[in-house]
Design a protein around this ligand. Structure first.
Ligand SMILES: [Zn+2]
Length: 66
């Protein structure tokens, strides 16, 4: 069967934020409030970035540490 991509949400999600952090391990809870979600810990790893599976925020390792 052929289906066109559904557009379920009348209201688009806000564009994901990019959060600059200085640690390889960060916690995200969506910022709290109505947009919050259960707190998750993200490992930035070697790539130096990770995306929150809940709110799609992109965490980017910032800084000059080696
Ligand atoms: Zn999040």
């Amino acid at each position: 069967m052929t289906q066109t991509a559904p557009t379920p949400s009348p209201t688009a999600f806000p564009p994901p934020e990019t959060i600059h952090v200085t640690d390889h391990r960060v916690a995200c809870d969506g910022g709290g409030g109505a947009l919050g979600h259960p707190r998750v810990f993200l490992e930035l790893g070697e790539a130096g970035q990770a995306t929150c599976p809940y709110c799609d925020r992109l965490f980017v390792l910032d800084g000059e540490r080696h």
